[in-house]
Design a protein around this ligand. Structure first.
Ligand code: GUN
Length: 173
């Protein structure tokens, strides 16, 4: 998909296509649509990031809270978004053994108790053994530091999802 095609989309089509670039936050795509036309794909991506950066911390935490736990209840229940399902599956999180799942469940709960939002990691850039290690490491961060790191992961996820939708290599964005 090229930028002319993106710029030609009406509101409904744009939100249908880009509504889950930020997990379960179609409002962000709805706001980004108002910024068109986009000069190129990188410009489109920048508008998603700028919206996130302009939010107060309560809104940024709200974005994180829209994310499901990695290997969590929604994965077991089959209620993940298609994108999250694909990403978690690609990282091997859909085929954890019972012990690994329990360990991640405990760590996810500790993380949520400490920071008040779920652990977000660009699962496609990770794998099943690295996820609990990274989670345990980030548990030691300060809340302000962790909010910044988690939003950075949201942006990495967005970049990969945008690259998929646009049919380009993520390094081109
Ligand atoms: N990384 C990639 N997708 C997701 C997701 O849906 N939830 C969390 N927590 N991390 C992710």
């Amino acid at each position: 998909m090229d930028i002319e095609k993106v710029n030609s989309m009406d509101f409904g089509e744009f939100v249908d296509v880009f509504g889950n670039v930020i997990e379960r936050c179609p409002l962000i795509a709805a706001a980004v649509w108002s910024q068109r036309p986009f000069s190129d794909l990188e410009d489109l991506e920048k508008h998603f990031y700028a919206f996130i950066d302009a939010l107060p911390p309560s809104g940024q935490e709200g974005i994180l809270r829209c994310h499901p736990d990695l290997a969590g209840r929604e994965l077991q229940q089959g209620t993940l978004t298609a994108e999250s399902q694909r990403e978690q599956s690609g990282a091997g999180l859909t085929s954890l053994g019972a012990d690994e799942r329990l360990r991640l469940e405990e760590l996810n709960a500790q993380y949520r108790a400490r920071f008040g939002f779920p652990f977000v990691l660009a699962a496609r850039l990770s794998h099943r053994a690295a996820v609990p290690r990274e989670l345990a490491r980030r548990l030691h961060c300060s809340p302000a530091q962790e909010l910044r790191i988690a939003l950075g992961e949201v942006k990495k996820i967005a970049r990969l999802r945008l690259a998929d939708l646009l049919g380009v290599d993520p390094s081109r964005l």
